[in-house]
Design a protein around this ligand. Structure first.
Ligand code: ATP
Length: 655
């Protein structure tokens, strides 16, 4: 494992990896731009079309601001403040001047150029393209810089683990519960006792998120301020849902569009709506709109109109009622009126901004638990808040610099994860060192009293658990008696539908918890503009299976459909649009569970090529999401070219 002699070496090592990853991200965007049509890229949320560019003056540090407007409103997109974007008339080439997003509204996006913007951006029919989600890279670099101010964390990340303090209160049972098992309770007590780092290793379904949420409850009861993060919005919502059940008053930061709608009441945006200062600010925003309309009757004091005159000079000349340097006195008066309204707008704007900031600060200050993604933990909203404890769920899916973004905001750290599940996504081959998470690195370095493993799982029937247990967890996992034999039969109302096609009959048989459905006639396909795969025969089969399950009186919310390929996921979503079952990629389903899971594996070719299905950690995640029934659809002869799939399929057929 990597060790660092000094913090500069650490900084240089990670900064260089971050830059490589940043470059790979730009290459990814250019590649996608060349493969997709403008509309397809807009549908992915990474381009905005039909914009009109207007000069918006200069901003802090002398940058040149351009406001891009679309009257009908901006489509849903993943472009955020701080991201690097490029503007073009047609397809961008990557040679365009780069700009940074500074603000966004429903109808406009304002960007900043370091140099005078290219003339083209003040036109119509413009296209804006995301070039790099730069804000996260910037936050990673900032987090590494802040290590300077955190001597303890600095030593730990350098692997000077010997410096860890001995806990003083060990064995004092602060926490006990009738709901959690003894190991989960022990872990919470250990994590409460220590003053620095604790790792919870939780194989699938063993309750790492559950344990973390009870730990957070204890910390809240001890009046500690807690930051809770995870790599994705889905993973944040997953733990937030548990915190909501435990009645912990948490606040969720992030874009409400990307949040689970059942949790929206916890979002900062929704909490703000009820805040008196925010409501007052809204009143002022409305007043500003009225003033702007009023301004339309006068002459804007733009660079061209004012001919070098200052605001005060224009006002003075207007009252003298004389023309000046060829500007008619009527025009001067109209400009003066415009300037006076502008001054009022500016005053109101500052007041509204101050009220809004104060409302946000008061909510965040009062909120004992704040939840957000790792990246958003570095947002300005949290810049002045220091947390007693930072908890990261799914920590094995975060790169080390990404995990540092929340970690540097705290004084004690609890990380939960499982390195046998999906690792962080790293685009650049040369940055592959980033795929070892801090959790994984710490796991091999921390002393025994800083890490513990949960081994009783509460999700899967024992036969569903068996394959992962044997192949990935050295048979350490045990199925709790409440789940080890549970089946579809125990679900209220379940009744196998009698008229199911015999080829798929076993999908409604409660006695077979794991089944493999042969789709050897399926054809894997790829569009010319995509690297992703789909398989229409598997989609038809998935639909038939879902029909059979729903006809057997299962509820749509009990069924999850997952696939490794985005193309298959989006086609399944449109084919099963009216079914109201959850359909996601395997990666997007990590940390989640359903009574029944259908996996569509897609790959079907005579060469036995199974692409990124080869990553056993993706397979492990896919196989461990179902509680009572796991249905795998695939082409056995293609899959069996890989030894791990061969064992899996043989095991299922021999059961
Ligand atoms: N002590 C317990 N008693 C009963 N049910 C439990 C207990 N601990 C966890 N569970 C249940 O087990 C299931 C899995 O829990 P959880 O999602 O916390 O596991 P996880 O380890 O985070 O899973 P994954 O590795 O998939 O992210 C949930 O339905 C949860 O309610």
């Amino acid at each position: 494992m990597k060790r660092f002699t000094d913090i500069n070496q650490y900084k240089n090592f990670f900064e260089s990896l971050i830059q490589k990853e940043r470059k790979a991200e730009m290459e990814f965007h250019l590649n996608e731009i060349s493969l997709l049509s403008a509309r397809q890229r807009e549908a992915k949320g990474r381009a905005i079309l039909n914009l009109i560019g207007k000069d918006a003056g200069t901003g802090i540090g002398g940058v040149f601001l351009v406001k891009l407007v679309r009257g009908s409103g901006l489509p849903d997109n993943e472009i955020s403040n701080g991201d690097v974007v490029i503007i073009s008339k047609d397809k961008p080439t990557g040679k365009e001047e780069q700009a940074t997003v500074v603000s966004k509204t429903k109808r406009s996006i304002t960007i900043a150029y370091n140099k005078i913007p290219p003339y083209l951006v003040f036109g119509r029919n413009l296209r804006l393209d995301l070039y790099s989600n730069d804000i996260t890279f910037q936050r990673m670099l900032d987090a590494i810089d802040s290590l300077e101010k955190l001597p303890n964390l600095q030593e730990y990340v350098k692997s000077n683990i010997v410096l860890l303090h001995e806990s003083e209160n060990l064995n004092i049972q602060k926490f006990s519960s009738d709901i959690l098992n003894s190991k989960q309770q022990e872990i919470i007590n250990q994590a409460l006792d220590i003053n620095d780092i604790f790792l919870i290793h939780g194989p699938p379904g063993t309750g790492k998120t559950t344990t973390l949420s009870y730990l957070i409850k204890s910390l809240f009861q001890e009046q500690e301020k807690v930051l809770v993060t995870a790599p994705s919005n889905t993973a944040v919502d997953n733990i937030l849902e548990k915190l909501q059940t435990l009645e912990i008053p948490a606040t969720r930061i992030g874009n409400p569009i990307r949040m689970d709608e059942n949790l929206l009441n916890l979002s900062l945006d929704v909490q703000l709506q009820d805040h008196p200062e925010y409501q007052q600010a809204n009143g002022i925003w409305n007043k500003i709109q009225v003033l702007k309309k009023e301004q339309d009757d006068y002459v804007p004091a733009s660079g061209q109109n004012r001919r070098g005159l200052s605001d005060s000079k224009i006002i003075q000349l207007a009252s003298s009622k004389k023309p000046y340097r060829g500007i008619q006195s009527a025009k001067l008066r109209k400009m003066a009126k415009w300037i006076k309204i502008q001054q009022e707008i500016n005053k109101n704007y500052e007041e509204a901004q101050a009220l809004q900031t104060s409302a946000i600060e008061s909510i965040l200050e009062k909120s004992p638990v704040i939840c957000t993604t790792n990246s958003s933990a570095g947002s300005d909203l949290l810049k002045d808040i220091i947390f007693d404890v930072v908890c990261i769920d799914e920590a094995t899916q975060s790169t080390e610099p990404e995990a540092l973004i929340p970690l540097v905001k705290g004084r004690k750290w609890v990380l939960a994860g499982d390195h046998q599940q999906l690792p962080p996504t790293v685009k650049a081959k040369e940055a592959s060192d980033l795929s070892i998470s801090l959790f994984e690195r710490f796991q091999s370095e921390l002393p025994e009293n800083r890490i513990d493993i949960l081994t009783i799982q509460y999700r899967m029937h024992k036969e569903i658990m068996q394959f992962s247990n044997e192949n990935f967890y050295d048979n350490q996992l045990k199925a709790h008696p409440t789940v080890s034999n549970h089946s579809l039969h125990d679900l209220p109302g379940f009744e196998p539908f009698p008229y199911v096609n015999p080829a798929i009959e076993k999908v409604v048989k409660a006695s077979e918890p794991i089944v493999f459905i042969n789709c050897d006639n399926g054809k894997e396909q790829q569009l010319a503009d995509s690297h992703s795969w789909f398989n229409l025969e598997e989609i038809a089969l998935t639909k038939e299976i879902t029909d059979a399950l729903l006809s057997s009186r299962l509820f749509p919310e009990d069924i999850g459909i997952i696939s490794p390929y985005d193309q298959q996921v989006s086609r399944l979503k449109s084919a099963l649009r009216d079914y109201h079952v959850e359909i996601k990629s395997i990666d997007g389903f990590q940390g989640r569970e359903k009574e029944v899971i259908i996996i569509s594996l897609v790959r079907s070719n005579p060469d036995g090529n199974i692409g990124f299905l080869r990553d056993y950690r993706r397979l492990n995640v896919a196989l461990t999401r179902a509680k009572r029934k796991l249905i795998i659809i695939g082409n056995p002869s293609t899959l069996q070219s890989n030894p791990i799939y061969k064992t899996l399929i043989e095991n299922i057929f021999n059961q």
